[in-house]
Write a protein that binds this ligand. Structure first.
Ligand SMILES: Cc1cc2nc3c(=O)[nH]c(=O)nc-3n(C[C@H](O)[C@H](O)[C@H](O)COP(=O)(O)OP(=O)(O)OC[C@H]3O[C@@H](n4cnc5c(N)ncnc54)[C@H](O)[C@@H]3O)c2cc1C
Length: 542
């Protein structure tokens, strides 16, 4: 089956929906999403969106805070765009019906780690859910937008799918849409588009412990890499310092519950199991030090003491204030038997955010003609080696709107599609009845990535991981070639590719910078000037 459209958008998080809202002003859009519309990282974002609204705040201060967090690798021009254009997009969200928390004279603004001023626009502690609700309501009413749920993008359509074009050099490749698995019907369709926007979010599911939901299997990174697009800085994975400890039975749980940064901003204190406040040993900013420092400090305390968790303590605050600021966290912890107004919260770090991704320019353009990208899957240059809290929803807004402008310009001169794009060919493949191979390999991969490619790395650990990932890659590729495709197989394939990209980039970085911390470079000098790690698949086939 075939669908033709002006623009194909992959993903229904904040990036895909906001891009669609802008794209629909001038073209037809088909938006596909692999589960239900609301299944996204966006839906779980608690803290909020950083933006300059306070009278005592300034754009320059937000820019400086972002550059400091990025540890020398931010692109200043991208950061300026992010900060300067942010407020207009918050206002746009309000215009379409997003209900942010207000106070008498305007938006209520929270403070988070690494920010010099209170600038976090939020909807209590369920900001992402509220933004997702408003965007879905808005986009669902647009008559030229078709949303297809339970449709999973497998691979992009480029020259390599077309016999007579497949030997064209990788540098001149075009994207003409994607092969997509209709999960309900178990059929693969081709969706042919003039332009394609990848907004498939993050890859936290690469790791055993993650705050990301099950959709975050890094599909967009892997799809783009296989098609020949350029990716960068994949080693910079942010580990959130505080996810709710799951009582030693975390195996099998796909997503750890996040205890937001805002809880530390509110005055939460980190303590060892025997009650000692320990952050003064690591950073003068104490609990408000940037995430990587706090995550490493917790990791170090856990390894040193052999404990399984540390405590986050807000019992010094009034019960009313806690319930008022963090109703979601309060209820969730209560459901696990912890009353956070009276008891300390057991927490551990968890994989949270990918700072690198598909390299895009200031208008979402990737290295492939006709392929655009926005949101967590991209490397826009705003995060550098470490993301400042609450800058990712902002990045998704600002650069998705800009990607829509980039697509508009591109469509003015779009080349014609080749007419002979072939159907998906799965002749000779069998239906799989060996799903245990998938679940076993996935478990092995996640554990391997957690143990060897986690918060603290070394070349030995990365080399070991690399060899094991190559074996897994071979095993799963063999299986993939023999089998009719199904979601968990496609996702595992993508997780393996993402793991390879993280490890390879990690090995390329011979210094400690931002989120990449290796025991081999503790006393090494940092590269001057700082460099991005750039990866591109130079194979001609996918
Ligand atoms: C628990 C948590 C709390 C957070 N809190 C904050 C915060 O307070 N502030 C902040 O700025 N950031 C926060 N973040 C980060 C932020 O939420 C994400 O970076 C952001 O939501 C990413 O948006 P996105 O649209 O790029 O991706 P997502 O919201 O993840 O959306 C991706 C979409 O793509 C779809 N998809 C994926 N693969 C495919 C495929 N192969 N085919 C079709 N569809 C596909 C998914 O189903 C989903 O609809 C948080 C993240 C988490 C997990």
């Amino acid at each position: 089956m075939e669908i033709k459209t002006d623009i194909l958008v992959l993903g229904s998080g904040i990036a895909g929906l906001y891009a669609t809202m802008h794209l629909a002003k001038y073209a037809n859009v088909v938006l596909i999403t692999k589960k239900a519309k609301t299944d996204s990282n966006t839906n779980y974002a608690q803290g909020g969106i950083a933006s300059v609204f306070a009278d005592n705040d300034s754009y320059e201060s937000h820019i400086q805070d972002t550059l400091v967090a990025g540890a020398g690798l931010c692109d200043r021009a991208s950061v300026e765009i992010l900060v300067n254009e942010g407020p207009e997009h918050i206002k746009e969200l309000i215009r379409i019906g997003t209900r942010f928390t207000m106070k008498e004279n305007g938006l209520a603004l929270a403070k988070e780690g690494g920010h010099s001023f209170s600038r976090i626009v939020h909807a209590q502690d369920l900001t992402g859910r509220e933004v997702e609700r408003a965007l879905i309501e808005h986009v669902s009413k647009l008559s030229n937008v078709t949303i297809l749920e339970n449709h999973l993008a497998i691979d992009l359509i480029t020259e390599h799918n077309i016999k007579k074009l497949k030997d064209r050099p990788i540098d001149s490749r075009h994207c003409w849409g994607a092969y997509v698995l209709d999960i309900t019907e178990s059929k693969v369709l081709k969706i042919i588009s003039k332009a394609t926007v990848i907004s498939t979010g993050g890859l936290g599911q690469v790791y055993q412990h993650t705050t990301n939901p099950s959709i975050a299997t890094g599909d967009g990174f892997a799809i783009a890499f296989r098609a020949g697009a350029t990716l960068g800085n994949m080693e910079f994975i942010q580990f959130h310092p505080t996810s709710l400890y799951q009582g030693g039975n975390s195996e099998g749980e796909e997503q750890a519950f996040l205890i937001s940064e805002a809880v530390r901003g509110f005055g939460g204190i980190l303590r060892t199991i025997d009650g000692e406040r320990f952050m003064s040993r690591y950073d003068s900013r104490l609990e408000l030090a940037p995430r990587d420092i706090v995550a490493r400090a917790i990791d170090s305390e856990l390894k040193k003491r052999g404990d399984e968790f540390v405590y986050l303590d807000v019992t010094n605050k009034s019960a009313e204030a806690i319930k008022d600021h963090f109703p979601n966290i309060y209820t969730k912890c209560l459901s696990r038997g912890i009353d956070i107004t009276k008891e300390m919260i057991p927490v551990v770090p968890a994989a949270h955010y990918a700072c690198g991704g598909i390299v895009v320019d200031h208008h979402g353009k990737t290295s492939l003609t006709g392929l655009f990208a926005s949101g967590e899957v991209t490397m826009t240059g705003v995060h550098g080696a470490n993301r400042l809290a609450s800058n990712s929803l902002l990045e998704a807004l600002v650069f998705s709107a800009r990607a829509a402008q980039g697509v508009a310009t591109y469509l003015q001169n779009v080349e014609k599609h080749p007419t002979e794009i072939p159907d998906w060919d799965d002749s000779g493949t069998l239906s799989a009845d060996e799903k245990v191979l998938i679940s076993h390999s996935q478990k092995e991969l996640k554990q391997l990535m957690w143990d060897y490619v986690g918060i603290v790395r070394s070349n030995l650990r990365l080399d070991f991981a690399s060899r094991r990932i190559s074996n897994l890659y071979q095993e799963v590729e063999d299986f993939y070639k023999k089998t009719k495709v199904f979601p968990s197989l496609l996702e595992l394939r993508n997780l393996i590719t993402c793991s390879h990209l993280i490890v390879k980039s990690g090995l390329m970085r011979t210094e400690n910078r931002g989120l990449h911390y290796s025991l081999d470079y503790v006393n090494a000098r940092q590269a001057e000037p700082p460099v991005n790690t750039i990866l591109r698949n130079t194979y001609q086939k996918s």
